[in-house]
Design a protein around this ligand. Sequence first.
Ligand code: BV8
Length: 261
Amino acid sequence: MTEPHEIPDRLAELLQSARSITVLTGSGVSAESGVPTFREALTGLWATFDPEELATRSAFLRNPRLVWEWYAERRRTVQRVEPNPGHFALARLEQMVPNLTLITQNVDGLHQRAGSRRVLELHGNITQVKCFDEDTAVAAWPEDEQVPPRCPRCGGLLRPDVVWFGEALPAQALRAAMLASRNCDLFFSVGTSGVVEPAASLPYDALRARVPMIEINPDSTPLSRHATFRLVGPSGLLLPLLIERTWGHDAVRASSQSDAR
Ligand code: BV8
């Protein structure tokens, strides 16, 4: 576990002078909010499934009720929890540096609720719903007995507005993420196992562009041995420490006040 004084001086210096920073987050950033990480997201009824099996079009077509209810349960969890100090620290960081791009694999919307404004959601957002057939957003849906509910326009099945395995990521968000990964002064990979593609390739894009890459994670990942700096521990502790170490305690205090919208 990294102690406060163990934030490397060199990292604090690089952060203080950085003009543009790119951050990639995964479900580990939301763990301290009480949102199970993706690999843990299968509990209870769904414990017997592999997430990669349930988060697919074929699973939904095979058993729409099961998949819809898995997402409905996760949506309820997400709506019940709050952003944690790690989310607020990233929103604060966006105010401290001239240009910060936050790329998230998470579908929980907690970065936006913590006040982050420039967020690229690579895998969609679990609180949003779309028509399976039309592939267009549905703002409100009938909470009637039909599970999944039907599209008010065409009667098709409604589905969560997330990117399932085997589905393409939103092209504009992915293009912006790839650009931001290559054109920044520092790249942070926070709370991700670095397994799911194409998001998992973004830190390597940064490394190929000779951008210093910092990994924040309590565990090691395939990325760990390539990291310029590794901060070992929970992001909810380390991200505020990083801000404190770089800009002093007042900067952190400001981040812990929920300046969320
Ligand atoms: C696509 C939404 C093509 C749904 C998700 C290349 C090689 C191999 C395979 C592929 C490849 N290219 C494509 C694939 C297939 C596949 C893939 O990557 N498979 C993997 C399993 C090998 N990729 C796809 O299918 C993608 N689509 O490429 O389509 C295409 C192109 C054109 C036209 C058609 C098709 C789509 C991928 C998106 C899938 N959807 N989510 C949902 O949420 O239900 S991905 C899902 O995994 C979540 O979004 C999650 O964020 C993401 C990644 O997982 P992590 O975030 O890393 O979470 P995980 O639990 O793994 O790790 C948590 C980490 O946090 C751990 O390291 C832990 O130590 C750490 N941690 C814990 N506590 C803390 C912490 N860290 C900090 N602080 C803490 N407190």
